[in-house]
Write a protein that binds this ligand. Structure first.
Ligand code: ATP
Length: 259
């Protein structure tokens, strides 16, 4: 479990995340949603210990995140960042192997290579193993980065996966597959927290949601209780209509009303 206890994050007098208390458990898939600049990536960086809280506490499995050594954290959680620039001519396999760096010294073991192949299969990119990474399309690169993060926590019981806009550049099918994969990882016992702009993906696949606006929590809890017309309108300042679930869609569908 990761708990934020009155955690704040400020930089140069600007508060990016105001006093926030939340608990994220393994076995759950969380969505973090809200307008641009709401503090979603900031929250994710506090959870992953890339940032330390400027006030309050963030505890990972009971210990303050600032008490962990980076090598220790690298075996407990993996991050898919919003931007993953790679300009050198690495192969796809080499990129995914980076997720195994915390586990090997000079050379990857057969087990590391097996895990890399498994993760590539999970994102349906096995056929691209020998391709030059920079030559892949944006959506393909994003799927490889997902595989890299997955390889990092593949064997970690109760590991956490932090995904910042994981479906950027992906086509419709792979957006759904990515969320399906994240949901199935949560069912296997991982904790998954994803920054999400597509609220219908959140509604379809996530267990819990936190809605942020201007660095503050607008609503949080079970996704289908949190994403309702009032909370969405207040958060996004846009009229929202919810089409109820039916025999095709097991959850409601969020439709912005043109203004
Ligand atoms: N180092 C910094 N100094 C000042 N302001 C910053 C700094 N880093 C981030 N911010 C601001 O903090 C706010 C929150 O940033 P954050 O990246 O968490 O937003 P976000 O909700 O993830 O947005 P988006 O949906 O656009 O990715 C933004 O307004 C951003 O401009």
């Amino acid at each position: 479990m990761i708990s934020l206890e009155k955690a704040c994050y400020s930089v140069q007098g600007h508060t990016l995340l105001s006093e926030t208390s939340l608990q994220f458990s393994t076995g759950e898939f969380w969505a973090v949603a809200g307008p641009n600049g709401a503090g979603k990536s900031t929250l994710l960086k506090l959870l992953s210990a890339e940032y330390l809280p400027t006030k309050g506490r963030v505890r990972f499995q009971g210990r303050d995140t600032h008490d962990y050594r980076p090598a220790e954290l690298a075996r407990l959680r993996a991050v898919l960042a919003q931007h993953n620039p790679v300009s050198l001519d690495f192969s796809v396999t080499e990129i995914v192997l980076m997720g195994r760096y915390p586990y090997y010294g000079h050379r990857p073991s057969d087990k590391d290579l097996f895990i890399v192949n498994q993760c590539l299969e999970w994102v349906e990119m096995g056929a691209y193993a020998q391709r030059s990474y920079p030559t892949l399309s944006g959506g393909e690169q994003q799927r490889i980065q997902f595989a890299r993060a997955l390889a990092q926590i593949w064997e970690t019981k109760n590991g956490f996966l932090f995904l910042d806009e994981p479906t950027t550049g992906m086509d419709l099918k792979h957006q759904y597959q990515t969320f399906q994969l994240a949901a199935s990882l949560a069912r296997q016992g991982f904790g998954v927290v994803a920054v999400v702009h597509d609220l219908n993906l959140a509604l379809q696949y996530t267990d819990q949601t936190v809605l942020l606006k201007k660095g503050r929590i607008m609503a949080s809890g079970k996704t289908n209780h949190t994403l309702h017309e009032e909370s969405l309108q207040a958060t996004f300042e846009l009229p929202i209509h919810l089409i109820p679930a039916d025999h095709i869609r097991k959850n409601a569908t969020i439709v912005p009303v043109p203004i």
